[in-house]
Design a protein around this ligand. Sequence first.
Ligand code: ADE
Length: 227
Amino acid sequence: MRIDILTILPELLDSPLRHSIIKRAQDKGLVEIHLHNIRDYSTDKHRSVDDYSFGGDAGMVMRIEPVFAAIEALKKERDYDEMIYTSPDGEQYNQQTANELSLLNNVLILCGHYKGIDHRIREHLITREISIGDYVLTGGELAAAVMVDSIVRLLPGVISDETSALNDSFQDGLLAPPVYTRPAEFNGWKVPDVLLSGNFRVIAEWQEQQAMERTQHLRPDLWSEKV
Ligand code: ADE
């Protein structure tokens, strides 16, 4: 899979994409992630990427020319399965969307900024608009990082235990059961006896029960979709 990210702040994405599991996935050749600075496609002498909005509203708007030039340059190289724009008014991101996107070959993510972007980009070039939640970030970079992280960990070979991504919270519409490690008792706080029993059938039943109870209590919205 290849992911191209268009941004005016590539530095903001550097750290989340250059460490740990996401870095190893790139090193192993399981995913290519390319950051592109939109400013590099600006042709005016100040390399400007924003301008005042028509209609006189307060706030700057991302200009069409550099974004268009960046997208055109990338599109010349390959076809994109999806061209995503990050925005608080997009469809809400969830595990299902991450699953869908992880099956694609070429994805482009355009990070929104300022008050927004010249709407013609959204109308004519973007295929999908995604919000990571009902709150407003200063820009789309952190949203892009969240999406890329959740997509890349689903790619085959990225997480060593192949079953672990499938067992994630949300994959089956349930929250994950609690987990523990040694010591079996700390400060008088005990790990549930069943987990020490060595009986894997009973342990699996307990975990399923816990997953259902936690979902019912903590996320009744998810639970009601299941029953
Ligand atoms: N840009 C600003 N807020 C955002 C959000 N909630 N999701 C995606 N992109 C955004």
